[in-house]
Design a protein around this ligand. Structure first.
Ligand SMILES: *Cc1c(COP(=O)(O)O)cnc(C)c1O
Length: 248
């Protein structure tokens, strides 16, 4: 599915950002390690998703060469274009708002959809996953702070949505994802992160997630990922701190 439609990108067309990306990744991995240790956790339980939205595919390849496997994208059309030029081993997490008419492409191109927040979207994804005979890993996006500017199911309605989604045979519900209200002070995210972790463990006790493993908890971005890790994140989504300021 990911066979390149053009010649693969070769080292001679690496961009001038290659070294910067490798260095940023290395620094972030060190920070992940330090935050995990501080919280008495192990860094192996924290997956770094490099958010590459609006950055050219060359930058993804440069990060991949530096050992990065998981990437986050917000726009399906962009995923589709990039996916054709990327090696199979690259795994794309969809972290944007997904419209039902893009669900088929999401199933075909993404290893995980982190932003399921309605039964309707879940049903559509399930239908295409079944047609492709390819179970899809998903997270349920929770609007943990009841922020009117953010997508996601409310904390209150999360159990109901998980229960409905659990009936869909081709979805593998791995955990929860959230984006707290934006703030310049990352400490303000901490209570929201802590609330999401509590909610995830409560839902796990009710066996609402797939498998026996601990739930995935996707939270924390460039400005607050160390705090998210201290509060239990298993997936952090970091863009700017790896790739620099996003092009418009
Ligand atoms: C863009 C984005 C990120 C990354 O944000 P940075 O501040 O650049 O690290 C993380 N999560 C989601 C859902 C995003 O849309």
């Amino acid at each position: 599915m990911k066979l390149p439609s053009r010649p693969p990108i070769m080292p001679d067309n690496f961009s001038r950002y290659r070294d910067m990306i490798a260095e940023n990744l290395s620094n972030i991995r060190n920070e992940i390690e330090a935050s995990a240790r501080k919280a008495g956790r192990t860094a192996e339980k924290v997956k770094l998703v490099a958010v590459s939205k609006r950055f050219p595919v060359q930058n993804i390849v440069e990060a991949f060469v530096a050992g990065q496997i998981h990437f986050g994208e917000n726009y399906i059309q962009e995923v589709q274009e990039k996916n054709r030029q990327l090696p199979d081993a690259v795994q794309i997490h969809f972290i944007g708002h997904l419209q039902s008419n893009k669900a088929k492409t999401a199933v075909e191109t993404c290893s995980m959809v982190e932003t399921v927040d309605s039964f309707k979207l879940g049903k559509t994804l399930n239908k295409f996953a079944q047609a492709a005979d390819k179970p899809l890993h998903i997270l349920v996006q929770v609007n943990i702070a009841d922020d009117s500017a953010k997508a996601g199911v409310t904390a209150e309605n999360t159990e109901k949505l998980l229960t409905e989604l659990k009936g869909l045979a081709y979805l593998r519900i791995k955990g929860l994802m959230t984006m707290p209200p934006f703030s310049n002070n990352p400490e303000l995210s901490r209570p929201h992160f802590s609330n999401l972790r509590e909610l995830a463990f409560k839902m796990a006790e009710k066996k609402l997630f797939d498998g026996e493993l601990e739930p995935e908890i996707s939270m924390g971005m460039s400005n607050d990922f160390p705090i998210a890790i201290e509060e239990g994140a298993t997936i952090v989504r970091v863009g700017t701190a790896i790739f620099g300021r996003r092009p418009r």
